[in-house]
Write a protein that binds this ligand. Sequence first.
Ligand code: GLN
Ligand code: ZN
Length: 769
Amino acid sequence: MTSKSAAAAAGATVYGYPRQGPNRELKRAIEGYWKGRVDAGALRATARELRRANWAQLAEAGIDEVPTGDFSLYDHVLDTTVMVGAIPARHRAAFDADVLTGYFAMARGTQEVAPLEMTKWFDTNYHYLVPELGPDTVFSADSAQQVAELAEALSHGHTPRPVLVGPVTYLLLAKPAPGVDAGFDPLTLLDRLLPVYAEVLADLRAAGAGWVQLDEPALVQDRTPAELNAAGRAYRDLGALTDRPKLLVASYFDELGEALPVLAKAPVEGLALDFTEAAAANLDALAAVGGLPGKRLVAGVVNGRNIWVNDLGTSLSTLGTLLGLADRVDVSASCSLLHVPLDASAERDVDPQILRWLAFAQQKTSETVTLAKGLARGTGAIAAELAANRAALASRANSPITRDPAVRARAAAVTDADARRSQPYGERTAAQRSRLGLPLLPTTTIGSFPQTGDLRTARADLRAGRIGTAGYEDRIRAEIQEVVSFQEKTGIDVLVHGEPERNDMVQYFAERLTGYLATRHGWVQSYGTRYVRPPILAGDISRPEPMTVRWTTYAQSLTDRPVKGMLTGPVTMLAWSFVRDDQPRADTARQVALALRDEVADLETAGTGVIQVDEPALRETLPLRAAGRAGYLAWATEAFRLTTAGVRPDTQIHTHMCYAEFGDIVRAIDDLDADVISLEAARSHMQVARELAAHGYPREAGPGVYDIHSPRVPDAGEVAALLREGLKAIPAERLWVNPDCGLKTRAWPETRASLEHLVTAARTVRAEL
Ligand code: GLN
Ligand code: ZN
């Protein structure tokens, strides 16, 4: 590879780093603060220390410019809401009285006020809090936190680059505030918002920022001409400011597409593009606009959201091409490393042969630095790294773990009929009704009950060898007994066993499937203080033995009411795992579906009449651009049907999804051919029910009537009102009554009260029918 000396200054950077700390110190500090065990000062000190340690790690690895302002006590979009002063009216008083109290009230709600709505950050499993805006929104700049973090990094001797959510993305992610006309377009507030960004930029410059990064991932989605215009105007205006740092506009998760020429023309000093999956498209588009003369290009060549080692050779060749297209090329991970765990070398249980296929945030940081070095000084400067990288890639390609002939043969033999139920929906409902004998507006839950400290202790004891398997299983059975008896007493119609044996809905299955790898420390932030450990789809997938049958049948043995079997669907198994990147996702999904199909068959044989296959992730994995959607939905829905279609007509298949806006996938949801779907709706006041109805969704549905994301207990009147609202969209014969999602993150007292209210409300509304 030839290295052009003009670009010899190639630097290495990242856009963001995991916030939690090596031992999830942040989670403990925040939850301690909520419980009153940690005071605000101590919480802030923990946060400062974590930032210090992160920057130190980055600098030590050789990162030239460290990100600041990417850290957050809950969510960086919520932080942006604070930064632009868009505090919702209902939170204003609390926020003015005490910033932290108000901040967490917006995030989680209180008994009196509802939180902001939470939704997925693009197609990741990170959730942000949706800004609420209206024609009366008055923005005002509050740069305190950004300035403070910048000052901290400077004081530690780093070159910081503050990272902000860009104004266009901020508005595109917002929704009309409650009470504001649903047709209100937040983007109309751009002219009001830009002066606030101008003020923040001036403050950051005054505080010593040379560059500021403005993240505009919303621009990688299909955008209307008006939206592209707004983006052009935003960066023309911000670029025209005189009192500002240099601006780097960052895009990630996909190709920039039509927005690329807009930003290339804008008077900003740098552009960051994703050169992982979108590499070819972005390269072409960049060449088509004649490159970025006079600008800095930050090339995201290290995938910031998967955990596989980079193919350094491929990245170097991409970087080589880019050298001809910009004034200066820097190397980065493709997006914030927030989406990957901290350190692969902490995984002592992973076979060292496999461990070298993996790269978490720390390893990705090193890859970035290596690539920058190779780019600046030529491949000779990184010969050892390149050799090790080639060996790791070869060992993965040739491993028996990634190629199981039996799994491959079975997947290849799948026919259309395997993915089709023996009777269409309309014909099998009668059989299910007579088998189950449920009332109108049947009540159920989504599966999990509170994962008490007790249960977590039992699991930790089992792992540490303090109790044996028998002792652990006794504990699980006792929990199932309690959960079943509570549900019976409360009058719930379709029971669950409560999932006490599951640490996590994906990891539990991953641990029982061959080809899946679990991590010990691979925590990734899902929302707020909720962290998950996505397992790794590393090889071909098979099921050595049943995974859930004994617990479901045990629960069923305790009651005459139907107990729902509970599985995680194939699409979600992929979406909430790190997926292998050496074969199409569709192939991996089919392997997982076949393994789950065997579990469904075993549950049915054991007498289970209702089986729920959760697919909360169906919507979030939807390709960001419309062009890729049909292909995705085809394999995704086929995988679900392959999982479920083998059952008898009188076995009722449920599915469950959370958080999504469904308008655009109602057809796909129908394509799943499930009998009943439960959805999140409480925070958005049954909008989901209206959307299903508007699209003519013909099946039974349970839009959630209890928001499980907050400790708040809804009263029965409130739940009944939601049900009446739901009945306007979905007829009583097809309406189910359930919470928004599983109850595992809740405590027992609020769970008990809320479910009692839910049953009372169902009875009240049934009586009105
Ligand atoms: N059955 C799961 C539970 O109740 C579903 C969780 C989810 O959809 N996120 O925990
Ligand atoms: Zn859910």
